[in-house]
Design a protein around this ligand. Structure first.
Ligand SMILES: [Fe+2]
Ligand SMILES: [Fe+2]
Length: 272
């Protein structure tokens, strides 16, 4: 089976890219299951009922998240009501929602998904993603051999270490959060697909999704500026992982970058 994992969807440009391009990508790569990191889907930060609905209607099966998950308070009800929306598993147990789940796929085999948040330069207060990974994966593998891990983290070292730590234990360890695709996708020796960052789905004429002028101004002055989303050079970025459905081993991983032909401007979108 083939699993498509799409990186951080940024605001309405990112959602438009998923809507317009997912059918083509699905067909081109014979995709059976779609996971998308949605933490930036509402105006570049957070998830709302509308942005989640957009992504599910576009054909996404599971939404993962990260450090921006609480940015929109509506997400609490979403997490409590929809098991296909995940917050990081290494948040305190009392926080709403869940950090992993097992889901039916179009191809037949069920797919386990785990969302983890890094600690280095992101959130030193959360529990160790390494220890959480062990706990979550142990539970999921009682139900399915196919487990996909979203490691949402800043430091390449933490992500690479997670890949080696979980090699042979899961199908794939796929990095998100930095919004820039890395060129290190590979199958590790024990059969786990790995990439440090799949890249964002959003406007690349930007600084990681935000208007470049505002960010440069911030760096020049050190003063707070009101960030806006970029609008141009929108692309859908992610990876397709080919999986042996019986063993759960990854057979191949390759990056995709699909440009959205037209510029996106949706000033009417209340959720950005
Ligand atoms: Fe993030
Ligand atoms: Fe992000």
């Amino acid at each position: 089976m083939n699993i498509l994992f799409i990186g951080d969807v940024v605001g309405s440009p990112g959602r438009a890219a998923v809507k317009a391009l997912l059918p083509k990508v699905r067909q081109a790569h014979d995709v059976d299951f779609v996971i998308v990191n949605a933490e930036n889907s509402a105006g570049g930060s957070g998830i709302t009922p509308r942005t989640a609905r957009d992504l599910f209607q576009s054909g996404c099966d599971v939404l993962t998240s990260g450090d921006h998950v609480w940015r929109r308070p509506e997400v609490v009800d979403l997490l409590n009501s929809n098991p296909a929306i995940l917050r990081p598993a290494n948040f305190p147990a009392a926080t709403p929602g869940r950090g992993s789940g097992v889901y039916r796929s179009a191809a037949g085999p069920s797919v386990g998904v785990v969302c983890l948040l890094g600690r280095v330069f992101v959130d030193a207060m959360v529990a160790s993603p390494f220890h959480s990974a062990q706990e979550e994966i142990g539970a999921l593998k009682k139900e399915t051999p196919i487990v996909i891990v979203d490691i949402h983290a800043e430091a390449t070292s933490e992500k690479v270490a997670m890949g080696w730590f979980l090699d042979g234990e899961v199908t794939a360890v796929l990095g998100t959060h930095t919004h820039i695709p890395t060129a290190d996708e590979r199958i590790l020796p024990k059969g786990t697909a790995y990439i440090t960052d799949v890249g964002m789905t959003g406007p690349y004429d930007s600084v990681i999704g935000r208007s470049k002028d505002k960010i440069i101004e911030r760096f020049l002055t050190g003063m707070p500026t009101r960030f806006e989303l970029g609008k141009k050079d929108v692309a859908l970025c992610g990876v397709v992982v080919e999986v042996d459905g019986t063993s759960g081993r990854a057979l191949s991983i390759h990056r995709i970058r699909e440009p959205l032909p037209e510029a996106v401007e949706d000033a009417q979108d209340p959720d950005g």
